[in-house]
Design a protein around this ligand. Structure first.
Ligand code: BTN
Length: 321
């Protein structure tokens, strides 16, 4: 499909979202968008093929209230720097991180967002797959170009975790480095990937998957999966995306302007491991100890029987209650 047809299809979708449950007639849509009713019919058919349930004429076109579309044309005007788009949305892609990495290499600006209703090869940390039900999760990747030295980049996953947790609510907690829990269920995961030379970070892609309305099985034996809908009515994915880019943008800006202090304090307030005994899997084996937050480079402080260790890689595999 041409870029022009894509843009027109998005205008139709935006008009349908704005019309809400009342719907809108094909005639009114055609008049508003300056095209024929037949063209509207074709765009609606294409939207339906992409998975958006739209009831048809004669009562007017209406989006099923259960559908939760994300429409860039409606999201972008609500965004503020430093994370102000563009937002590129696909009905389906392999992995939004892969798509955004390709754009980053082509020089896309900071704040570019790629999202999808479904991923056929969504990636989690440590090579695990990331599963999500079509349209029930916020699956997005955000492009950052932090003006920092590579050695400071260890804190980036923590910055993203804090920003994302703030969008999920005051009850969201973080398991180092960036699993997001509500209660004892994992509701969101983060996969940060970056490219750096010896002096600076060229780009970083922060991939964030939030289970909004259902919690598919996690390919991760450590946590039970959860969703935002477990605790009450879930936000729309569009509202959540706007909030997420605002909270993440604020923390990111604060970090690049003021250094690690404020972010470490915010992390500490949501640290699900603080003061608990955990076992961490490392390439050379497992190590257990008492968790005591992170240092300025984002390393986990683990107080073991043999003294404090600072862990920059590794995965928390068990936590004492
Ligand atoms: C994890 O907890 O293992 C990290 C999961 C990260 C999933 C998100 S969904 C959007 C982005 N695209 C991907 O392929 N992965 C991340």
């Amino acid at each position: 499909m041409s870029a022009e047809a894509d843009a027109r299809r998005e205008e139709v979708l935006a008009a349908l979202v704005e019309a809400g449950p009342a719907g809108v007639s094909g005639e009114a849509l055609a008049a508003a968008l300056g095209c024929s009713r037949a063209a509207i019919h074709r765009h609606v058919a294409a939207l339906r093929r992409s998975g958006i349930p739209i009831a048809g004429e004669p009562d007017g076109y209406r989006i099923d209230p259960e559908a939760d579309p994300v429409v860039p044309a409606l999201v972008c005007p609500r965004l503020r720097p430093p994370l102000a788009g563009p937002v590129i949305w696909a009905a389906e892609t392999a992995s939004t991180n892969d798509d955004l990495t390709a754009l980053a290499r082509e020089g896309a600006p900071e704040g570019t967002v790629v999202g999808a209703d479904r991923q056929s090869a969504g990636r989690g940390r440590r090579g695990r797959p990331w599963l999500a039900t079509r349209g029930h999760a916020l699956l997005v990747s955000v492009l950052l170009r932090p003006p920092i030295a590579p050695v400071e980049a260890g804190l980036l996953p923590i910055v993203v975790a804090v920003g994302a947790a703030e969008a999920l609510g005051p009850d969201a907690r973080i398991v180092w480095p960036n699993d997001l829990l509500i209660g004892d269920r994992k509701v969101a995961g983060i996969l940060c990937e970056m490219s750096a030379d010896q002096e600076r970070v060229g780009w970083a892609v922060a991939g964030i998957g939030v289970n909004v309305r259902s919690a598919p099985a996690l390919d991760d034996a450590r946590w039970s999966p959860g969703a935002l809908s477990d605790r009450g009515p879930a936000p729309s994915r569009a509202d959540l995306l706007v909030d997420l880019l605002a909270t993440l943008g604020r923390r990111y800006e604060e970090w690049t302007a003021e250094g690690p202090g404020p972010i470490l304090a915010a992390f500490a307030a949501r640290d699900a491991l603080a003061g608990r005994r955990a076992t961490v899997s490392l390439p050379e084996g497992e190590v257990a100890g008492l968790c005591a937050g992170t240092d300025e480079l984002g390393r986990l402080r683990l107080r073991t029987d043999a003294g404090e260790r600072l862990l920059s890689a590794g995965e928390v595999v068990r936590v004492a209650p």
